[in-house]
Write a protein of this length. Structure first.
Length: 309
């Protein structure tokens, strides 16, 4: 008999096909209750942003594995997992480049007005000779990176190739980083034209990009977020953009996904993405294979491929 697993977030079709071949998959949003299957479920699969709601974790007494299709663990109660001897796995390494690419895509799109200009062409404004605002140069500008993990470093590498000056803030200085370190996030923002959020979500980073940081970035500054909406005080961000205290933003993540503040939808100095930084065929395939590998190892009693708990 195939083991039962609970799926909390859809995956790409070939991965779901492989899941279906090996497991009886219960897609949580389609289920009225977990009660009937709960005693048989030893593993759940979820996304980094979705995580596992506490009531779902509590409803599965035999749970032994939470396989995250992503690197963020902030939406899973890791302490509860440790207490209950539940393993938690992620998909490290394979999505770093795509997330860094998304940061650069948002940076270019917001700086050069790519989305606005696309609309200008589609809406027939070009032949009319309607005025369109100039963009801003990216090369030579100063980028501040919030969180210099794997993704932060990959963003730094790309920004340097664009001739940007890169500095960073993290909980502590990273000796071999080769980049200017600012112990204060406000100082980093003051010394940056563009602030890129690449820090892990969770209690330690909640709201660290606050009103003071946004004001330090200033009215010509640009905020890019490819990490977690929770790292930025979203109300302060909306207010700063509305009041012209911040120049623009490129956002892939939000505080209450999939809800995006209505005020942002009306701003054309803001570029919005629906949490898609790792959403390429190649990366989602590689992530899905890691999830499949972790599930198979767990059910066979072999060592897990990429356990964080
Ligand atoms: C994914 C993410 O979009 O890695 C993460 O933590 O949030 C993203 O890469 C997500 O995990 C898939 O839902």
């Amino acid at each position: 008999m195939k083991p039962d697993i609970v799926l909390l977030e859809r995956m790409m079709p070939p991965i779901e096909k492989a899941l279906d071949a090996a497991y009886t998959v219960h897609y949580l949003p389609d289920m009225p209750s977990l009660e009937a299957i709960a005693p048989r479920v030893r593993a759940v699969v979820t996304g980094g942003g979705t995580g596992v709601p506490p009531d779902v974790m509590a409803a599965l007494p035999e749970l032994g594995l939470i396989a995250i299709n992503g690197i963020g663990t902030d939406a899973v109660d890791l302490q509860a997992a440790r207490r209950r001897n539940i393993h938690v796995t992620t998909t490290p390494g394979v999505l770093t480049d795509d997330v860094a690419d998304m940061a650069i895509a948002l940076l270019l799109a917001a700086s050069r007005g790519i989305v606005r200009a696309d609309r200008y062409v589609r809406e027939g404004e070009w032949p009319k000779g309607a005025p369109i605002a100039l963009g801003h140069r990216v090369s030579g500008r100063r980028m501040g990176i919030v969180g210099l993990g794997h993704v932060g470093r990959a963003i730094a590498h790309r920004a340097q190739a664009f001739g940007m000056q890169v500095a960073y803030n993290d909980v502590r200085e990273i000796p071999d980083a080769g980049l200017a370190f600012h112990a204060s996030l406000t100082d980093l923002a003051r010394c940056s034209d563009i602030l890129v959020v690449a820090a892990a979500g969770g209690a330690g980073s909640r709201g660290i990009v606050n009103e003071g940081v946004l004001d330090a970035l200033g009215s010509a500054g640009l905020l890019i977020n490819v990490a977690r909406g929770s790292v930025v005080d979203e109300s302060a961000l909306v207010a700063a953009l509305r009041d012209g205290r911040l120049g623009g933003a490129g956002l892939d993540v939000f505080a209450h996904e999939p809800d995006v503040p209505a005020a942002l939808l009306a701003m054309d100095n803001v570029v919005l993405q629906p949490h898609r930084a790792s959403a390429t065929v190649e990366t989602r395939q590689a992530m899905g294979e890691m999830v499949l590998g972790n599930l198979a190892a767990f059910h066979a009693g072999r060592p897990l491929l990429s356990a964080v708990v």
